[in-house]
Design a protein around this ligand. Structure first.
Ligand SMILES: Cc1cc2nc3c(=O)[nH]c(=O)nc-3n(C[C@H](O)[C@H](O)[C@H](O)COP(=O)(O)O)c2cc1C
Length: 334
């Protein structure tokens, strides 16, 4: 499948844009393990225009993580157009517009998923951004505002008519925030609509290789976007890719899975990357979410105490030592 001129292989797996998670260091780890497309954290159009340093820092991309999209959000046509033009100068592979963020500070002000309450404005912004830049423009959104307003089937056509080159659908409404289960049936419906010719990227609750395969098989999506399942597990893309390739016969030999040693090494590397990019203390804080969520520790007996120590450690040496203890324990478990 293709987005603009970007060619993807069979059944591509995308890393979801996630605020405070998909920084450049994490994106590169996911890339190493086979993620086919990266997105930055979302960046505010207003903040881009006002030249806010912390926002501009989020737009730093590296050639070896390509293809990479910069995701923007905002609530009016002028600022979104101006921001998109600035983003274009950074030369990402595409610009993604966020019409899906449910949090109050964004949706409450009419941006992100808030735009699901103002479809004419959403379409205006999309049309004008598409016109303003040469890069492919894509959109990420949800099924609708709430279960009484599941508008995605029509909305997908309207957005396509604005000239976007791919659409990502998170199978939840704004009201659901992140609760309940993602509903993929409407995503499948959009994909089956004969009027839709742009790639449809399905998103929501894909955490295992089996679920990824099912989502491709049952709903026919062109790509799958993986978010939270990558926390503390950037190798999830390799697990999914190896499984999909084996299932489709694309690869006759079973690829070797990562060992515990490999995985602990990856987490340590992630910590080092974050400390180097930010500083020791904040780099540790930034890595905690991943350590707290990593599935590799779940086999450690009475992990609770170790987990508390891991999440309290505020010095690199201390945290590295805890990770080494975990490695030793995990290697003893048959
Ligand atoms: C911590 C966090 C931050 C997120 N930030 C963004 C964001 O900046 N832009 C966006 O489009 N979606 C954002 N999302 C939503 C994810 O991209 C994704 O749609 C959602 O997590 C569902 O996918 P998953 O079940 O695979 O995690 C965020 C989600 C989480 C958990």
């Amino acid at each position: 499948m293709k987005i603009g001129n970007i060619e993807f292989g069979n059944q591509p797996l995308f890393l979801a844009p996630m605020e405070d998670v998909t920084d450049i260091g994490f994106r590169k780890l996911c890339k190493r393990f086979g993620a086919d497309m990266m997105y930055t954290e979302f960046v505010s159009a207003e903040a881009i225009i006002r030249n806010i340093k912390s926002t501009l820092d989020k737009m730093v991309i590296d050639d070896d993580e390509r293809p990479v999209g910069i995701q923007i959000y905002g609530r009016d046509v002028e600022s979104m157009v101006e921001a998109a033009k600035i983003v274009e100068t950074v030369k990402p592979d595409l610009i993604d517009i966020n019409f899906g963020c449910p949090v109050k500070k964004v949706a409450g002000k009419g941006a992100g998923a808030g735009m699901l309450k103002n479809i004419p404005l959403m379409l205006d912004i999309t049309r004008e951004v598409v016109k303003a830049v040469k890069l492919p423009v894509t959109v990420k959104t949800r099924l609708g505002w709430d279960l009484n307003n599941l508008i995605i089937t029509d909305l997908a056509e309207q957005l396509q008519d604005c000239g976007i080159q791919a659409l990502t659908i998170h199978g939840r409404t704004r009201s659901q925030m992140y609760t309940g289960e993602a509903d993929w049936t409407l995503i499948g419906e959009v994909k089956r609509n004969p009027r839709i010719h742009i790639p449809i990227i399905g998103n929501g609750d894909i955490t295992t290789p089996e679920q990824a395969e099912q989502a491709f098989e049952r709903f026919g999506v062109d790509a799958i976007m993986v978010g939270r399942a990558s926390f503390g597990r950037p190798w999830v893309f390799k697990e999914m890719r190896d499984y999909l390739d084996a299932a489709s016969g694309a690869c006759s030999e079973t690829a070797a899975p990562l060992t515990i040693d490999d995985k602990i090494d990856v987490l340590k590397e992630q910590l080092l990357i974050n400390m180097e990019r930010i500083d020791e203390y904040r780099g540790i804080l930034h890595t905690r979410r991943h350590l707290a969520s990593s599935p590799i520790f779940k086999n450690i007996p009475n992990f609770r105490q170790t987990r508390i120590a891991m999440l309290r450690a505020d010095k690199a040496d201390e945290l590295m030592a805890i990770l080494e203890q975990c490695r030793a324990i995990l290697k003893e478990i048959p």
